[in-house]
Design a protein around this ligand. Structure first.
Ligand code: SF4
Length: 200
């Protein structure tokens, strides 16, 4: 049996995979298509890594440009674990980015951004679409009100997190990248277009 991959370097960054669960069923996600491999790393999890295991996997965080919470799951579903590991990274001179679906406040039923303040340097938030119908078509949210909650999260996030970037994938049918950019900017955050086959 292969040991599960919870930390994997790509370029100058270290990526951490802390859960394989999420509340979306994105049609473009390799997980939805039955694969848990990214750039040769098997990201299937046979257990949910705890703080100690993650801290050991990070090692010296200052070696990396950023330590990024991502993976084929939504890291904010394990908020307590995420924040404990982020505290360790920050205490040892590292920089923390969280790649998120922006649904943490909906899932946790409270504003979790104040808890992230000072522990998370950057958020990359999957906006994915310029309107709810397109979002629902591509992401199939399991929680009602997801798109509105995502927009509210994006609007609130810059109050607490220094760098907030909304992302959308260029090349998905019906996704208007320029409209996504305008929407992101109207919410007060930056925007970055991603490409369909590049994770991270
Ligand atoms: S939120 Fe992320 S992990 Fe979940 S289905 Fe979408 S792309 Fe995949």
């Amino acid at each position: 049996m292969n040991a599960q991959t919870i930390a994997y370097p790509i370029h100058d960054n270290l990526y951490l995979s802390i859960t394989d669960r999420c509340t979306l069923v994105c049609e473009f996600c390799p997980k939805t298509q039955g694969s848990l491999e990214v750039r040769g790393y098997d990201l299937s999890l046979d257990h949910r890594p705890e703080v100690e295991e993650l801290v050991a996997a990070v090692g010296d965080p200052a070696r990396y440009r950023e330590v990024v919470f991502c993976g084929y799951g939504e890291p904010t579903l394990r908020l307590r674990t995420l924040l404990a590991v982020a505290d360790h990274i920050k205490a040892h001179g590292g920089r923390v980015r969280v790649n998120t679906d922006g649904l943490a406040n909906l899932v946790h039923k409270r504003n979790v951004l104040p808890e992230m303040a000072g522990r998370v340097d950057a958020l990359s938030v999957s906006l994915n679409a310029q309107d709810e119908a397109t979002y629902n078509r591509h992401c199939q949210p399991q929680l009602p009100g997801s798109y509105a909650a995502l927009l509210a999260f994006l609007r609130e996030a810059p109050r607490w997190i220094p760098e907030v970037t909304a992302t959308a994938i260029d090349g998905l049918e019906g996704v208007d990248i320029e409209a996504c950019r305008r929407l992101a900017e109207s919410l007060g955050v930056k925007f970055r277009a991603r490409h369909l086959d590049v994770v991270g």
